[in-house]
Write a protein that binds this ligand. Sequence first.
Ligand SMILES: O=C(O)C1=C[C@@H](OP(=O)(O)O)[C@@H](O)[C@H](O)C1
Ligand SMILES: C=C(OP(=O)(O)O)C(=O)O
Length: 426
Amino acid sequence: MQQLRLEPIHRVQGTVNVPGSKSLSNRALLLAALANGTTTLTNLLDSDDIRHMLEALTLLGVSYQLSEDKTQCTVIGNNGVFNTDGNIELFLGNAGTAMRPLCAALAASHGEYVLTGEPRMEERPIGALVDALSQVGADIDYLKSNGYPPLHIKGKSLSGGKIQVDGSVSSQFLTAVLMAAPLFSSDSEIEIVGELVSKPYIDITLDTMAKFGIDVENQDYQRFKIVGNQTYQSPGTFLVEGDASSASYFLAAGAIKGGVVKVTGVGAKSIQGDIKFADVLEAMGAKVTWGDDFIEVTGAPLRAIDMDMNHIPDAAMTIATTALFATGTTKMTNIYNWRVKETDRLAAMATELRKLGADVNEGHDFIEVTPPSQLKEAAIDTYNDHRVAMCFSLVALSDTAVVINDPGCTAKTFPDYFERFASISE
Ligand SMILES: O=C(O)C1=C[C@@H](OP(=O)(O)O)[C@@H](O)[C@H](O)C1
Ligand SMILES: C=C(OP(=O)(O)O)C(=O)O
């Protein structure tokens, strides 16, 4: 296993243009593939999650041209659902944004598919999505455990109608049904059961669908109405915003040890809910300046906060390590679904924060972090979770070095994260 030792960083300063958003890249690729017309995506993210979507599209017969640096992709739309022969097996790594939306789109396509992934993907739930799609006639079987990938899908025309979606574990199930619903043969009315988690990701979905010509009636995130038998229309070009979750590490570094740190490519006009991470830093005492296409943070003494972080599940992990630099006990609540992501993130964060000497209280759906007076040097296990690796890099902003085990796991969403982090470190 590789290890990366980060020596104490005395100051951070500079500008980082963050790579494209994972959530937008994979949504736009799928809709471009289903659309009528050719779409050129720019600022596409080049990372494992996007590679899995691209490889799946290749196997589904979609033609596209990827630039040498893999950040521009011209996709020739299929003008509707996929039509394939034989049994096609798609390996989707640990990419939720590939597994869930493709499951729904393929259930409504013509062909037979097996969807697989990394071992952890087989522990990430998908039953709520399969149950929702079954209500409109989908034919999906579990190949190993009920409720989890791998899946066998016999694609067929799906009817539309009334669909109940349990939104309490992942918003990606609703996203998947929403993106497939225009392909159903008649109109759909989706009703949410349970409390919808990670709600801002639904705004990303609806906004991307609108850019591809499909409007959804959103009744307060409780009910959604979508006209059936429609075709996505290519917008011609689609600019992928910078990734707001990836921005969180640099913004936090600025708050902890700035100097001034500016991220570009994402700003006040972003559709991504994770820009609200900057508001959390502000509530902790940092100075935040917003532009349409940038966010800038200046460091200041930080104080602990007590906050519901359900709306920013990914960027919230960055607060768990930022808490090491804040006076008092930081409490982050309503984050149960950290447990069903790349790893059980509540358990992983608690274990690794304790190695540094922090006092941690881990609950079913919350975590409380109290920093020690002096951090201990530790080797941080990353559990094949890119965000664990990235958020613990912040420890080097103390006067204690930190070792990150398996730093290459950032490839899921941010392959050159550590080089970018070094570029603002002095
Ligand atoms: O729709 C999306 O692009 C995502 C939704 C969120 O997942 P949940 O809805 O499962 O919380 C988020 O954690 C994930 O990284 C990306
Ligand atoms: C939860 C995440 O990924 P996924 O899209 O696989 O759910 C994440 O990137 O933090």
